[in-house]
Design a protein around this ligand. Structure first.
Ligand SMILES: Cc1cc2nc3c(=O)[nH]c(=O)nc-3n(C[C@H](O)[C@H](O)[C@H](O)COP(=O)(O)OP(=O)(O)OC[C@H]3O[C@@H](n4cnc5c(N)ncnc54)[C@H](O)[C@@H]3O)c2cc1C
Length: 453
């Protein structure tokens, strides 16, 4: 048994970090402030709670960088990914899960682990002693946020993403809407019918855009800045960028045929994705919003099929706290000014459940190896984990640093492959093959040290 590791925050990153460190023989204490102290987005006291979408995005490990992260996490015995597969819901090529069962299972696994203790309390300082991993996420409590700002001398940046609304399935008019995954993607009939589609003709689309542009939105609080992350733009902000923007984004009508009017090509399509195992709730895909609640219901009921929709949850806005990691963290994710503190998850400037869990996986392994006195070899930059951690701890330009999703643009180029659109499939396959090989080597290199403990 090695030194105790303290983990602040039991979200995606903290839960995965705890699992990895505990499985390497460390005693782990998870300090999670919920349920004693909540956030506006979390609804339960469970660890690993998904606060918005129920999707871990693409599961394609040959052609997609997120799918590759899934693969790498699975190889490393990741708790988050294995639990996600256990509670998978039909969603075409995406890995969507039943969020309640997912979080309950994560909580049970950590609570019953013999090396893990869960302490429900808020941590409000950065301790001088002991090994700590701070994984407090986009909604880091104010007190701890202030302590981090005091230590780093840098004001943590704050900006807003938005929550997509959730609709009760039985309130959707299936005489107008239909079930189909785009391009009929999926292995099973259930997968190929994973989405509910609501078609719009040109007049309805124009009326919808008018309503979006006219709707009341929630104002920002004093001192808050409105730097939206492009991957999570509110729908009304997208509409304001141009009347056709939504038709080329979340409302694109391609790969879908309306069985009620097979000869009429819809001008736009709104898609809803299943949100629970029972199939009673559906979220409107890509419809994050900061419209006021009253306005939201009116605007969304313009959508054909949703005229009588009942909303289980309306959309909302939220804060996101993250460090300027390229200047503050070393390659092992330690705070340069206080190396007994590591950071993990969204607070390091990655974006998304998968990326946050992946950074937790690395932090847990790195901390455990350090505690055991067997420092790990450098995380291979050609793996998805390595590409991401390299980006946030040094690859990115610190002056313009913004949260980052994993993507092939973070990978070192491969020589001798065809560039452009035509070569894309071969190129992506080559990236993922290379990543899998070096990630497997990195994991194998840790076994002797672990075995020697
Ligand atoms: C409203 C909202 C919607 C989002 N939607 C999506 C989405 O649809 N898809 C997606 O991939 N990502 C989404 N994100 C980003 C999402 O939060 C991250 O992807 C992911 O949850 C980050 O994981 P994490 O472990 O870093 O933080 P979290 O999962 O938030 O976990 C942090 C934990 O730390 C705890 N905590 C905070 N401060 C303290 C403290 N001082 N002491 C003790 N405990 C503390 C919190 O209670 C929380 O449990 C959203 C974020 C928000 C806020």
């Amino acid at each position: 048994m090695t030194e105790e590791i303290h983990i602040v925050g039991g979200g995606m990153a903290g839960s995965e970090a705890a699992w990895q460190a505990a499985n390497r023989g460390c005693r782990v204490v998870i300090h999670e402030m919920r349920p004693e102290r909540g956030t506006f987005a979390h609804k339960t006291g469970n660890l690993g709670e998904m606060v918005c979408s129920n999707s871990f995005r693409s599961d394609d490990h040959e052609q997609n960088a997120v799918g590759l992260l899934h693969w790498e996490m699975k190889q490393a015995g990741g708790l988050v990914i294995s639990t996600a597969y256990k509670h998978r819901l039909p969603a075409g090529g995406a890995l969507a899960v039943d969020r309640e069962r997912f979080a309950e299972d994560i909580t049970d696994a950590l609570r019953s682990h013999p090396n893990i203790l869960i302490s429900n309390e808020e941590v409000s300082t950065l301790p001088d002693d002991g090994q700590w991993i701070v994984a407090t996420g986009p909604l880091t409590s104010d007190a701890l946020g202030q302590a981090i700002a005091r230590e780093t001398g840098t004001t943590a940046l704050a900006f807003f993403d938005a929550i997509a609304p959730i609709v009760h399935a039985e309130s959707i008019d299936m005489d107008r809407a239909w079930l189909q995954s785009r391009y009929d993607k999926g292995e099973t009939e259930e997968e190929r019918r994973a989405y509910i589609n609501c078609p719009m003709d040109k007049d309805t689309y124009e009326a919808f855009i008018d309503a979006l542009l006219a709707a009341d939105v929630t104002e920002f609080h004093d001192g808050e800045t409105a730097g939206y992350f492009d991957g999570c733009l509110p729908i009304e902000v997208m509409a304001a960028r141009g009347r056709e923007t939504l038709r080329h984004g979340p409302m694109k009508p391609v790969g879908l045929t309306n069985p009620h009017q097979p000869d009429v090509k819809p001008h736009a399509v709104v898609q809803l994705r299943r949100d629970n195992a029972l199939g009673t709730l559906y979220n409107i895909v890509g419809f994050q919003t900061k419209m006021k609640y009253g306005a939201q219901a009116d605007v969304f009921r313009i959508i054909p099929g949703l005229e009588n929709a009942r909303f289980a949850r309306l959309g909302g806005i939220h804060r996101n706290t993250f460090l300027n990691s390229p200047t503050l963290l070393d390659s092992g994710m330690r705070l340069r000014s206080k190396p007994n503190i590591r950071f993990a998850g969204q607070i390091t400037g990655v974006e998304g459940y998968v990326e946050s869990a992946a950074m937790g996986l690395l932090a847990g392994r790195l901390a455990a190896a350090e505690a055991a006195g067997h420092p790990l070899p450098e995380v291979p930059q050609d793996s998805a984990h390595g590409a991401l951690v390299h980006h946030i701890t040094g690859g990115a330009d610190a002056r313009t640093f913004q949260p980052m999703n994993v993507n092939f643009g973070l990978f070192q180029p491969l020589e001798g492959l065809r560039s452009g659109r035509k070569g894309r499939r071969d190129r992506y396959k080559a990236y993922t093959d290379r990543a899998k090989a070096c990630w497997s080597d990195w994991l194998a290199a840790q076994s002797p040290a672990e075995a020697a403990e």
